[in-house]
Design a protein around this ligand. Structure first.
Ligand code: GDP
Ligand code: IMO
Ligand code: MG
Length: 437
């Protein structure tokens, strides 16, 4: 048996989906352990081009089981849509399993997400508006509705009723929303329509019923058989609820520590943790990104890397590789190795800076870790080390030796700065564009 956790080392969109799709060729079980349909995990293989939001990235291998773990929050109609889209592309879902303990994203969660963002005004977090934060709030507040509840119509209806009573009081009382001039008035009416929600959710629940299992037992049996298991994280360390740039974070734990709880296996069962890092930095949403480039160079990274959100289509903020962030993430998650993605995006650059530290312009102090204060983090300036580029196309390289020497030197320097070996280097989005060292 082997259990490998695949964890995002930066701000998300590092290429977790493509790496899981690559590794799942040798996996018996892939488990998504946190997050919801805020994810956009891109998988490109001989079956097509997929943007997976909830479904684990091992779904294209019919013999690989895929589990939505208890730590995930599930929007049932969105999951049904995702299954339908996969079916249209010829991908079956007999190998998809859903933990009965996973919590539901209800229609009022995206609404509350929007109302909270509206209330934050200029200080908004830039969430995906998928209701992920509010769904986890309900889970933590011990009033969430779970997949198991959806399997029993009378239980579901009773819980939906009491939830809607509360949500109605919050919307009109606390948010003072829903008046005739409120642009969200229609959205509020739709997200609190008891009969429509009951019908849509129970119908989706019926569609999902055959996939619902006791996730812990499935994992237990898989471990007992000696299966090879992959744990797939959503987002990256800098958006971790505890260790990311609070409050610009998601509401769960993408780091390896979250994998044990959210997948339902003992922490000591995780043999290896593979960090996924992009050869530069990107972020969607608000909050500090020290190496962000708002000039033509940033635009060039965005265009070359096709950096547009897979879930929301938003242009991703781009900047140079931040070695402080990746080392911090490696220390928190305990990486055995790193898979470095999108090296090819740097092919055309003559000079490639690497951020090796930060400087506080107010005090002149230098830092080599992530501060707790988002205010301090936002004003830090990157300290760069300059590397020369290779200016050669790497997309056809399939071995370490085939890479230009300057590209190898860049990867070796990142390895040194992270304190972790780089075991995989990807040079294009397709399954085969992967170099294994
Ligand atoms: P995830 O959320 O971590 O799974 O990453 P996303 O799928 O949101 O974003 C990664 C993007 O980069 C996707 O469009 C991938 O197809 C693409 N991609 C992944 N690896 C590579 C690579 O090595 N080179 C290039 N050019 N694109 C890549
Ligand atoms: P993958 O899995 C990039 C960002 C949002 C926002 C913050 C909180 O593809 O890496 P949320 O909706 O989770 O409450 O938003 O996290 N965010 C992502 N950024 N990729 C994602 O997923 C993201 N999921 C959420 O932009 O800053
Ligand atoms: Mg993504």
């Amino acid at each position: 048996m082997s259990v490998i956790a695949v964890v995002g080392a930066q701000w998300g969109d590092e290429g977790k989906g493509r790496v899981v799709d690559y590794l799942a060729a040798d996996a018996d079980l892939v488990i998504r352990y946190q997050g919801g349909n805020n994810a956009g995990h891109t998988v490109i293989n001989r079956h097509g081009h997929f943007k997976l939001h909830l479904i684990p990235s091992g779904i294209c291998y019919p013999r690989t089981r895929n589990l939505l773990g208890n730590g995930v929050v599930i929007n049932p109609p969105a999951l049904v849509d995702e299954l339908d889209a996969l079916a249209d592309a010829g991908i079956g879902s007999e190998n998809l399993f859903i933990s009965d303990r996973a919590h539901l994203v209800m229609p009022y969660h995206p609404l509350l997400d929007q109302l909270e963002e509206r209330e934050r005004g200029a200080a908004k977090l830039g969430t995906t508006s998928r209701g992920i934060g509010p769904a986890y709030v309900d889970k933590v507040a011990r009033r969430g509705i779970r997949i198991i509840d959806l399997m029993d119509a009378s239980v579901f209806e009773a819980r939906l009723s009491s939830a809607l009573d509360r949500v109605g009081r919050m919307v009109s009382g606390y948010f003072r929303a829903g008046g005739p001039d409120d642009p969200l008035a229609d959205a509020i009416a739709e997200a609190t329509d008891r009969d429509a929600i009951r019908d849509a959710y129970l119908a989706a629940g019926e569609r999902l019923r055959r996939h619902v299992v006791d996730g812990r037992q499935l994992v237990e049996r898989s471990m007992a058989r000696g299966d090879r298991i992959l744990l797939e994280g959503q987002l990256g360390t800098m958006r971790d609820l505890d260790w990311g740039v609070y409050p610009y974070v998601t509401s769960s734990s993408p780091i390896a520590g979250g994998a044990s709880v959210g997948a339902g296996l003992p922490a000591v069962a995780i043999d290896r943790v593979l960090g996924i890092a992009k050869a530069y930095s990107t972020a969607v949403g608000a909050g500090p990104l020290p190496t962000e480039l708002t000039d033509a160079v940033g635009e060039r990274l965005r265009e070359r890397g096709a950096e547009y959100g897979a879930s929301t289509g938003r242009a991703r903020r781009c900047g140079w590789y931040d070695a402080v962030t990746v080392r911090y993430s490696a220390q928190l998650a305990g990486y055995s190795a790193i898979a470095l993605t999108k090296l090819d995006v740097l092919d055309g650059f003559a000079e490639i800076p690497i951020c090796v530290g930060y400087r506080d312009p107010d005090s002149g102090r230098e830092l080599d870790t992530i501060p707790a204060s988002d205010e301090l983090f936002a004003r830090l300036e990157p300290v760069y080390e300059q590397r020369s580029g290779w200016q050669t196309d790497t997309t056809a390289c399939r071995s370490w030796d085939a890479l230009p020497p300057a590209a190898r030197a860049y990867v070796e320097r990142l390895e040194e700065l992270a304190g972790v070996p780089i075991s995989h280097v990807s040079v294009g989005p397709e399954r085969e564009q992967m170099i294994v060292r």
